[in-house]
Design a protein around this ligand. Structure first.
Ligand SMILES: Cc1cc2nc3c(=O)[nH]c(=O)nc-3n(C[C@H](O)[C@H](O)[C@H](O)COP(=O)(O)O)c2cc1C
Length: 331
């Protein structure tokens, strides 16, 4: 049998393999991006630029220039661009342009946003700089007891719609798992213009130190058991909603990657495994997927993508079952 082919498409982009390096500090500088590409990544998601960084640049520049009220508009634009050159957003655009020149895999820009304002203009600049797609890292903490779920989701959808309107490149939305009606929200992401959905982000996990009584950060890195959540939801949603799904959180090796693709994922994002095992894990995952495909007789990912999704097995309640039941067959 010929060597199994790992090529996939994600967000309409051609990827040589489905192993995508998720957003993290390794992808926040050019050296790290080069290293991930050289290690065989199918695509790279850049470390997120935060809306606050874009906002503070825009406000800071306007404040600096605002001291002089009668700038000629062209002079104002020139000075504004020059001041912006020194700021994080400008460095981010330069990094995209350099990564585009130096690598031949898709570079996905990432913006962490909490409102539909200011950053869509910047999102368009990421596309102009050479980003192949945009991933929106949207995490809205529901700390207002008066804001109901519908309003919160509306805020999220307004962000997605603003991004989809601002850029011609495909937009993916990276969600946290905390939504009560996830399928309906994901459907509405599609209607708002998203082309893909990353399930799931792993949010910062503060906890309390019992000795110092201080709030401290929890585990930064995932473990493989955490992959079950994304596998379940991709199995439930892929084939039902016309979006490209990428699996994320807990995907440390080929074993979990295969399960994600069987559920319907087009790509698998990995971060913790690279911090724990090194960048060699990018090709190790591919080797493991290929070995499994050879053993099972699959020549391409399309041969088994979604094979175990809920839509293809409507009679099976396993992915939608919530409670453990005592069963004779022990499942
Ligand atoms: C140190 C660190 C920094 C991260 N920074 C970002 C970020 O800038 N944007 C983002 O969307 N996700 C960020 N993430 C989340 C990862 O992209 C990923 O979704 C998460 O770690 C779960 O995947 P994993 O189980 O493979 O680690 C970060 C994760 C870590 C550990």
């Amino acid at each position: 049998m010929p060597t199994p082919d790992l090529a996939t498409t994600y967000l309409g982009l051609e990827l040589a393999n489905p192993v995508v390096v998720g957003a993290n500090p390794l992808t926040g500088n050019l050296d790290g991006i080069r290293d991930c590409a050289a290690a065989g990544a199918g695509a790279i998601v850049l470390k997120s630029l935060f809306e606050e960084e874009i906002r503070s640049e825009a406000e800071g520049v306007d404040r600096a220039l605002g001291l002089e009220s009668d700038w000629h508009p062209e002079v104002y634009d020139y000075l504004r661009a020059g001041l912006g050159m020194r700021c994080a957003p400008r460095q981010y655009l330069d990094m995209i342009a350099a990564a585009r020149r130096e690598t031949d895999i898709p570079i996905i820009a990432s913006i962490n946003c909490v409102s539909p304002d200011i950053w869509p203009e910047f999102a368009a600049e990421t596309a102009a700089a050479g980003a192949s797609a945009l991933e929106l890292n949207i995490a809205l903490f529901p700390d207002d007891v008066h804001e109901d779920a519908a309003r919160l989701e509306q805020r999220l959808l307004a962000i997605v719609a603003a991004a989809a309107k601002a850029v011609a490149i495909p937009v993916a939305v990276k969600l946290a798992p905390h939504f009560s009606a996830l399928p309906n929200l994901v459907l509405r992401l599609r209607q708002a213009g998203a082309k893909g959905c990353v399930l799931f982000n792993r949010l910062y996990r503060p906890t309390i130190h019992p000795e110092t009584l201080k709030v401290i950060g929890g585990d930064r890195f995932s473990n493989p058991a955490e992959s079950a959540l994304a596998i379940r939801w991709i199995a439930v949603l892929a084939d039902r909603i016309d979006l490209d799904f990428a699996a994320a959180t807990g995907f440390h090796d080929g074993n979990q990657a295969v399960r994600a693709i069987l559920a319907g994922a087009r790509a698998v994002q990995t971060v913790s495994a690279l911090h724990r095992e090194g960048l060699g894990q990018i090709s190790a995952i591919q080797t493991e997927i290929r070995a499994w495909m050879s053993r099972k007789g699959f020549a391409s990912l399309a041969d088994f993508r979604g094979l175990v999704s809920q839509a293809r097995h409507p009679e099976s309640p396993l992915f939608t079952r919530l409670q453990y039941m005592r069963r004779l067959d022990g499942a």
